[in-house]
Design a protein around this ligand. Structure first.
Ligand SMILES: *[C@@H]1O[C@H](CO)[C@@H](O)[C@H](O)[C@H]1NC(C)=O
Ligand SMILES: *[C@@H]1O[C@H](CO)[C@@H](O)[C@H](O)[C@H]1NC(C)=O
Ligand SMILES: *[C@@H]1O[C@H](CO)[C@@H](O)[C@H](O)[C@H]1NC(C)=O
Ligand SMILES: *[C@@H]1O[C@H](CO)[C@@H](O)[C@H](O)[C@H]1NC(C)=O
Ligand SMILES: *[C@@H]1O[C@H](CO)[C@@H](O)[C@H](O)[C@H]1NC(C)=O
Length: 378
């Protein structure tokens, strides 16, 4: 078993590489807005029953799901406690160009641990990685993997990265552009267009039963689940202003994805996705006032899909395909985008595996160590 650590992750840097700017310790302190949030949540009415009781998730957010979460937000949720837990991580801010970047930097006790950059997407936040950080940094008795420790908090000469959703766009750019510093990359998502069922048939690719489920989800997502992209990319102000001061509205808009894009068994074992986790994700957006900018990211980054090309790097790439993710990338397609050394399938977990199947994600991230060492010690 190998061990990874020295985790760095960014919450707002789009494709930016960190130089050596001033780094300031940072603590989350958003409780001043909690009374306002509680008042608004408690005073928001929801319909007493669904307008069309038979309309399932294919029609979007389910009323009882939203109502349960709303009730818990008022009666069974303690932001202060969440904030205490979030502040157990070491947060920092720094300014790169004109952008202030918030990041968490957790160092392993193991001086030979591999630095790992975690890049999330929308509607995620650093919170999405909470369940995986401690296990990845705690384990110290392990084989020596890598001798070069990074000298500066953000100036590690070589590192590994993990990317999902938008974070996979950023991560992939780093992977292809910085082939001497990014020495391994793990993805669960990628900026390339997933193959259609016709593409898969034309290429004689045989899918596993799990992959067939993911393919259907890909088709569903592509054909009926892109409304949020159109709104956020072309008319971001419509939704950003409509929901600016509506915590329940933001819960509905964001929560629907945590629900629909996760394993349908989310919330039952072995899934670790809880209502509290969703409420914390939404609370972070609301309390920090970042819902607007998170929506605008789509307008500022259009046309991000790319053609399949082999990048100019020999750094190993690892892939984890979660059954309930919203895009299927068969091994044959991932292999066209890098030096693929590991392709694993998981029959539990969806688009936020850090929240609904952290053990599998942790295991796959630890695999980075198998490849990171051999290629960097030459
Ligand atoms: C929520 O509103 C109800 C009804 O107005 C009130 O009785 C209750 O105290 C409120 N709860 C909170 C947490 O504000
Ligand atoms: C909320 O959590 C904080 C920190 O753990 C604790 O001090 C406080 O008593 C809790 N509040 C409630 C109402 O349970
Ligand atoms: C798929 O299989 C068919 C029939 O064996 C063959 O004619 C075709 O060339 C194959 N396509 C690819 C892309 O390998
Ligand atoms: C992708 O490839 C097609 C066909 O070669 C080309 O027309 C298109 O401009 C390419 N798109 C990008 C983003 O490079
Ligand atoms: C790294 O990128 C440079 C510039 O594109 C290229 O010359 C070099 O061959 C690449 N290294 C590897 C190992 O691909």
């Amino acid at each position: 078993m190998v061990q990874l650590s020295s985790i760095v992750f960014l919450t707002a840097a789009w494709g930016t590489v960190i130089a050596k700017p001033a780094v300031n310790p940072f603590r989350i302190d958003l409780s001043a807005r909690i009374p306002h949030l509680e008042l608004l949540v408690n005073n928001t009415d929801l319909p007493s029953k669904p307008l069309y009781p038979g309309a399932g998730p294919e029609f979007g957010l389910q009323l009882d799901f939203l109502r349960d979460l709303k009730t818990q937000w008022v009666e069974g949720y303690n932001w202060t406690q969440q904030e205490v837990e979030l502040n157990e991580l070491s947060h920092y801010t720094t300014t790169i160009g004109e952008q202030t970047v918030h990041f968490v930097h957790e160092k392993s006790q193991d001086k030979d641990a591999i630095p790992l950059l975690l890049l999330h997407g929308w509607p995620g936040s650093f919170h999405e990685f909470l369940p995986i950080i401690k296990p990845l940094t705690d384990d110290v008795d392990t084989a020596k993997l890598f001798n070069t420790l990074m000298v500066d908090v953000l100036g590690y000469p070589k590192y590994a990265l993990h990317g999902t959703d938008w974070g996979s766009d950023v991560g992939y750019s780093l992977y292809e552009s910085f082939n001497s510093s990014v020495r391994a990359a793990h993805f669960v998502f990628t900026p390339f267009t997933p193959p259609t069922p016709q593409d898969i048939a034309d290429n004689n690719i045989t899918l596993s039963d799990n992959q067939k489920v993911t393919l259907q989800r890909t088709v569903d997502w592509t054909t009926t689940d892109q409304g949020y992209i159109n709104t956020q990319a072309f008319k971001p102000n419509d939704i950003a202003l409509a929901l600016y001061d509506s915590p329940v509205g933001q819960l509905a808009w964001i929560g629907t994805f945590f629900n629909r894009w996760s394993d349908p068994r989310a919330g039952t074992g072995p899934s670790a996705l809880t209502k509290t986790a969703i409420l914390t994700a939404v609370s972070l957006y609301y309390l920090s006032g970042s819902f607007q900018s998170s929506v605008w990211q789509y307008a500022l980054n259009t046309n991000t899909l790319r053609n399949y090309t082999m990048p100019s790097t020999d750094a190993p790439m690892l892939w984890s395909q979660f059954k309930y993710n919203i895009k299927l990338f068969p091994e044959e397609y991932v292999a066209k985008t890098g030096n693929l050394v590991s392709y694993k399938e998981h029959d539990f977990g969806g688009h936020f595996p850090g929240l609904d199947n952290p053990p599998a994600l942790i295991e796959d991230l630890r695999d980075i160590g198998l490849y990171f060492e051999s290629l960097t010690s030459r």
